[in-house]
Design a protein around this ligand. Structure first.
Ligand code: GLA
Length: 723
């Protein structure tokens, strides 16, 4: 529900559990009056009063001695150069050469549903799921218009924000900063939670107290990247999994981003999220527009667990698209970890034969099937089959796999080019580069300049040829390096800083071609494991390979971190022949994700095969519960040295699946596990023991799990159903 109180000049954006309130102050300054737990009224002007005496804060000359300055007022969308000395959400360099920017309210509209954002991937909503407010603001001197777009997912609880800038003036301008969201909060008493990592150790949880000044995260890798995920949460000091105020923000963008919080001397916090202004400058001729990515905001006073569930429900219902949004995904086996580049048709068919016997649905052929690629030094860009490895070509191999009753999937890395490739020899200028500088190499490869239409045409034609001629039902889309020496041979010098954004829009264009031309293909995104795990990618691929690290114990921290904002059905997770733990724990951990296998099934012992068959049955048994149920993190790996645990609860609260993994031997320690999210008045039967407990007992008294999974690497599942 979104309302405008004309008398008070106040907008009220309500969701199920939050209110976001904006006021139009004198001379049409937009102020952020409140964001927090849902409140009934809007008597909030008193809350926006700030003393400006302490920092020489400048004033609007028409305001006489009034205690108002953009420097200290809670600005709804902070602008550069007009008195607000805090971190700016918006800055435009005008044709006079200065960057003084001053947006003021002009008009607004409120409507049901949600606009789409053109080529920018974003959430979507039916008319009865969301309300949208568009506030038009303008910078009088340049004529630059910025429409601040707010969509409230009324039942879900999230708010999506973005900004559309149009040059309505007579002269060209350059956008220097255009963040998607800015929130001014009247407190600095927060911790900041972010997800940091590296290859094979993605999305670890970092929690730090906010201090004065600017702090936050960014990427300038050309992609969202391994090192920081485009997610941050500000949590009140007493907040934990189950209680306390939490502000979460997740940017629906796969390019360079920045999310930062600035705490000032007076004890306020400004949070901004959007495109990283470093290496960004966007030229706008009169009448041209620029649409920012979308930032998803979630506020809850029920802690991090509830924040995660709000993100999860939003992404499941209003972000992921296509056939596999609701259709069961095929259970796949991928050959990469077992074979690397060393495979041929017969080996793959032997995998498929065993996979069929074990009950799997699909064989995915990973890297190494094209050009003359027998290691990672060549052939990216040459997307035609290597007949030495696959005699008779793809058709012959896929027929053999399909004849066994298995689907077939394939690996691409469309945005890359090897220096040793036909494509590079024909078009050396097609890779990302700048004049007169060496091109850095990473994994023996360069990045293709997909900001260029001609480059995209070529790559798409090659992919189209493969996908339209063969029965391919899954594509793994990889991206195995970051972008350095960034520039495009076809952009003029004055527009080179548009490259990074144009690059990612080029990627989105290619992905859109894939999903719209082949809507039945299941796409799994990947980037050296989970290096491009962001909500924008989920618009094209309902699942993303979470990490190249398939060791189940290492996976625990990766999956706990990822789950802060991404649902289980999006996390690519496979059972592999990794070093630690038995297959039971490997299966239990991979079950918290898409579930699949990445091993040589010919090498499984008879006992292991029996176990795998059981796991395949469990995949089907628990599929709906895990993919569409609510996640409750019960014991996080950072909080307990010995055990960690999580559970899924069905929306009707009639089923719950609890998984406990022992990370370190803990014999002798008492472990009482209190469950969460159950109906206190329902009675649940433990499938294994037949014991019956009320939800109230399970949540308050808890289960004694001390003697379960006692040894390092052991795990156990507890399946509860309400009578
Ligand atoms: C990346 C992926 C792996 C695999 C290899 C192939 O590292 O994360 O799963 O596809 O590339 O080169």
């Amino acid at each position: 529900m979104i309302a405008f109180d004309e008398k008070q000049r106040i907008f009220k954006i309500d969701t199920r559990q939050s209110s976001y309130i904006i006021g139009i102050y004198r001379e049409n300054y937009l102020l952020n009056l409140y964001y927090g737990a849902k409140i009934p009224d809007t008597n909030l002007w008193q809350r926006a009063k700030r003393s400006k005496s302490a920092s020489f804060s400048p004033s609007n000359p028409n305001f006489d001695n009034e205690d108002f300055s953009t420097d200290v007022a809670p600005m709804e969308y902070s602008c550069n150069g007009s008195g607000d000395f805090g971190v700016s959400a918006f800055s435009v360099r005008n044709s006079d050469g200065n960057s003084v920017t001053d947006l003021r309210y002009v008009s607004h509209k409120i409507y049901k549903g949600k606009p789409d954002l053109g080529a920018m991937p974003c959430t979507y909503a039916a008319a009865d799921e969301a309300d949208t407010l568009e506030i038009t603001t303008v910078d009088k001197v340049t004529g630059v218009e910025a429409v601040l777009i707010y969509t409230a997912f009324t039942k879900n609880g999230a708010i999506a924000r973005s900004v559309k800038v149009t040059n309505k003036g007579k002269n060209p301008v350059d956008i220097e900063r255009v963040f998607s969201a800015c929130v001014d909060l009247p407190s600095a008493d927060f911790d900041m939670i972010t997800l940091y990592g590296r290859h094979a150790k993605e999305r670890c949880v970092e929690k730090r107290p906010l201090g004065r000044g600017v702090q936050g995260i960014f990427s300038k890798r050309g992609v969202s990247g391994h090192s920081e995920n485009p997610f941050a949460a500000l949590t009140e000091k007493n907040a934990d999994e189950d209680k306390g105020g939490v502000y979460g923000v997740n940017l629906v963008y796969s390019g360079n981003f920045e999310i930062c919080a600035e705490c000032d001397y007076s004890g306020t916090t400004r949070l901004i999220a959007g495109i990283n202004p470093t290496d960004f400058l966007w030229h706008l001729e009169p009448e041209e527009s620029f649409q920012t990515p979308e930032a998803v905001l979630v506020y809850t006073d029920k802690g991090l667990g509830e924040m995660s569930r709000i993100f999860h429900r939003l992404y499941l219902n209003n972000l992921i698209r296509g056939r596999y949004k609701s259709e069961k995904r095929p259970l796949l086996i991928n050959n990469w970890e077992a074979t690397s580049f060393d495979f041929d048709a017969d080996k793959l068919v032997s995998f498929a034969e065993r996979a069929k016997e074990l009950g799997m649905d699909m064989l995915v052929m990973d890297d190494g099937w094209f050009g003359k690629r027998n290691d990672d030094t060549s052939s990216l860009g040459d997307w035609y089959v290597n007949e030495e490895k696959l005699p008779g070509g793809l058709g012959a191999l896929i027929k053999r796999v399909n004849d066994l009753g298995l689907k077939f999937g394939i690996w691409f890395e469309p945005e890359m080019i090897s220096p040793d490739s036909e494509l590079y020899r024909a078009h050396p200028d097609w890779c990302v580069h700048v004049p007169n500088r060496d091109k850095s190499i990473s994994r023996h490869q360069y990045v293709l300049d997909v900001s260029r239409e001609d480059v995209r045409e070529n790559i798409w034609a090659q992919m189209y040829h493969i996908l339209s001629n063969y029965n391919i039902e899954y594509v793994k889309w990889d991206f195995n390096r970051n972008i350095s020496e960034a520039g495009s041979a076809v952009l003029p010098p004055s527009r080179q800083k548009e490259f990074f954004h144009r690059f990612i829009m080029g990627t989105y264009d290619l992905m859109n071609r894939l999903t719209s031309t082949f809507p039945d293909i299941l796409v799994e995104n990947c980037s050296g494991g989970g290096g491009r795990f962001d909500p924008a990618m989920l618009c094209y691929s309902p699942q993303i390979w979470a990490s190249d690290n398939t060791d189940p114990i290492e996976r625990l921290t990766i999956q706990f971190g990822t789950s802060l904002c991404y649902p289980a059905s999006t996390m690519g997770a496979h059972v592999s022949a990794s070093r630690r733990t038995g297959y039971e724990t490997k299966g239990n951990v991979a079950l918290w994700g898409t579930f699949g296998y990445e091993l040589d099934p010919n090498k499984l012992t008879e006992d292991e095969k029996t176990l795998v068959k059981e796991q395949v049955k469990e995949y089907h048994k628990y599929y709906d519960l895990i993919h569409y149920g609510d996640l409750y993190r019960l014991i996080c790996p950072e909080e307990n040295a010995y055990k960690c645990a999580w559970s899924f609860v069905s929306p009707d609260k009639n089923q719950a699946l609890v998984t406990i993994v022992t990370m370190r031997e803990d014999i002798g320690l008492l472990h009482i596990l209190k469950l969460k999210g159950l109906d206190p008045d329902k009675f649940y039967t433990d499938e294994a023991s037949g014991e019956v407990y009320s939800g109230g007992l399970l949540m308050n008294a808890g289960l004694n799990v001390s003697r379960m999974a006692e040894k390092t690497g052991e795990s156990v599942k507890i399946f509860l159903t309400a009578n």
